[in-house]
Structure formats: C-alpha cells, structure tokens
Design a binder for this molecule. Sequence first.
Ligand code: 5GP
Ligand code: ZN
Length: 153
Amino acid sequence: MSCIFCAIVAGEGPAEIVDSDEHTVAFMDINPATPGHALVIPRNHSRDLLEIGDDDLAHTIAAARRLARRMGEALEPDGFNVLNSCGTAAWQSVFHFHLHVVPRWETDPLELPWVPSPGDPEEIAATASKIREAEPKAKPTRADVEAPDSGEG
Ligand code: 5GP
Ligand code: ZN
C-alpha cells in the first residue's frame, strides 16, 4: 500500500489511534509539535483540501472538534490549532487529506509562522476582487501537478 495513512486506516501501519468512527480515524502524530498533537483523516483517500468531497470534509472537521473536546478533558490545554497544509508549497508532506489538531498552552514554544504587518489596502482589494470573480474549481495547486501522488487514488 503506497499511502501511509491508507495503511493506518487498514490497520496495516502502526499508529496510536485516539478516536475513530465510520468515516474517520484520529491518531497521534509521530513528530508532535506539542504533547497531544494528533491527525484526523477520512477513511476514504483524498489527496488534499481541493480534492476531498464535501461529506468527507464535514465528517473530518466534526471529528477534529470531537478530538479537541477529548483532548480538552484529557490534557487541559489553553487552546488549539486545527491546521491543514494543502500543497507542497504550503508544507503538505503526506498526500492523504488530514487535519492537525494541536493542543496549545500559554507557555508552549510555538510561534506564528508569519510576522503580522498591515497590507496595502489597494492591493488587498485588488486581490479580493480577483478571488471573488474566480470560479471555485477543484484543480490541484500549480506546483503539485508535478509532485508525486502517494495516494491510492
Ligand atoms: P503534513 O506535513 O502533510 O501537513 O503533515 C503530515 C504529518 O504526518 C506530519 O506532522 C508527520 O509528522 C506525520 N507523519 C508522517 N508519517 C507518519 C506516520 O507514519 N505515522 C504518523 N502517526 N504520523 C506521520
Ligand atoms: Zn491514503
């Protein structure tokens, strides 16, 4: 099986599973950003946010919230980040859609990966109208047309 997350769904890959249902599986990340960092995936293989179907997406975000609530009880964090990387340029490294659920503490060492600074309002408006006028098509990100697809498809 070429997709490591499909292997975990099939019970063929080692994983610390922390939650699951008919549509999703959640398991611990082997490179945790904070203690408790876990991933939630749909059982069906989809490459990324652009490809996943609406139903699987809805099931996966609902499962991420359930996991956050579970972690809230178990670990008593001060907050959470729920993150998705879509495309290699955005740091996606496993091409089976997943949400990171990262419990956060006021004292943890994580930092925002960008420095917030005011943008040029005209540039923001011009970009906004370009986005508004575009069709929401589910095509892959430009760089990923050439990127390897590790999925079952
Ligand atoms: P991405 O970089 O695609 O947003 O996230 C992939 C995540 O999967 C990474 O945080 C990485 O640590 C985690 N990961 C990669 N391979 C495995 C694995 O075999 N098992 C588990 N549990 N996590 C993995
Ligand atoms: Zn897969």
